[in-house]
Ligand binder design. Sequence first.
Ligand code: LLP
Length: 414
Amino acid sequence: MSSLFSPAQCWSLADRFATPLWVYDAATIVERIARLSRFDTIRFAQKACSNIHILALMRAQGVLVDAVSRGEILRALAAGYQTGAQPAQIVFTADLFDAATLACVIEHRVPVNAGSMDMLHQLGPRSPGHAVWLRINPGFGHGHSHKTNTGGEHSKHGIWHTDLPAALAAIRQHGLDLVGLHMHIGSGVDYRHLAQVCDAMVALVRGVRAAGHDLRAISAGGGLSVPYRSGDPVVDTAHYHGLWEAARQQAQAIIGHPLTLEIEPGRYLVAESGVLLAAVCATKQVGSNHFVLLDAGFNELLRPSMYGSYHAMSLLRRDGASAAGRPTVVAGPLCEAGDVFTQSGDGLVLPRDLPPAEVGDLLLIHDTGAYGATMSSNYNTRPLSAEALVEGAQARLIRRRQTVDELLALERGL
Ligand code: LLP
């Protein structure tokens, strides 16, 4: 759990920008980037937190970016990322093209990390010489939830490993430019699989060589976990890099020249930089359960409802008093029983010890910098919340709160 912001700072942010409010700490992001500096290229998986001001911060730190949609490509461009540089500042990773996205990658010459054969066959004829990576599903995967495991035969992601020769043939057939091999076996992975992933990469590089192709880079993908609970393991980035560095050496020996080593984290760079500030709006006793109801729901933070994810919480009392904890179920305002932040993910409430709360208190949900704001929705016609960035003693709004009028405007006057 992070205690990034003092209670006074939280109250001042809530008073200034209202709640619910996403708050990020720039210094934490910069520090996490530094921990991965052994890699040649850090490519931020912006799906974790794609606010253009966060992307601009990444860019200022020399971090490159991954995009998974036309919208994310346009975000990267809006944040000042350029096309045409080497290594590519923006890479598009997906398992399919829709028409608008295919046109966009061709227009901006954004390298494509292809997760299906169809992508190669659609891109090739329309954009000869286009730079491509191959995202390979190595046949196994791991994640903090089944829903974030992206390897193995239950996953829709990547080109199945035995299809590598066919993918290479498609690249040759269409005159595409193979940049690198990429693997991402899941999010929130444990490190028992790391050596296996590195071995799988080396085997694939051997396959590329055997087919007479060249390579310039390999990517370790993302998935590095963060300690959401006190006591959770902290990634040993030196060890992590060491195993990948050894794989790179083997790959270079096979290919016969230097290769760039990329890493593609999302959560690791931003999760611990963020908190969600919410106001306590009601409290109630329901049989044996004590509920505290917030002005933020799963339309803001989906992770507990979607995966049963744990996020640490702190209560800030308006009167500043502290008191012993009591078992508390923390829930949101939505008209849905699963709108609970302290749950197992299959709908069972898990009361958490929190000090007694009163209407008007603030509740902080920690470690929400990744997959927080980016997974928000307009469910129950609730506008997207504001985002603020803290840089030292300064705080500024980096996304204003959406209005209901803006939502209704999409449906009016058609
Ligand atoms: N690269 C690729 C190809 C990915 O699909 C992902 C995540 C990443 C990198 C970054 O993974 P990270 O380093 O953030 O674990 N919504 C879920 C996570 C889904 C991640 C999807 N892909 C969550 O809230 O835990």
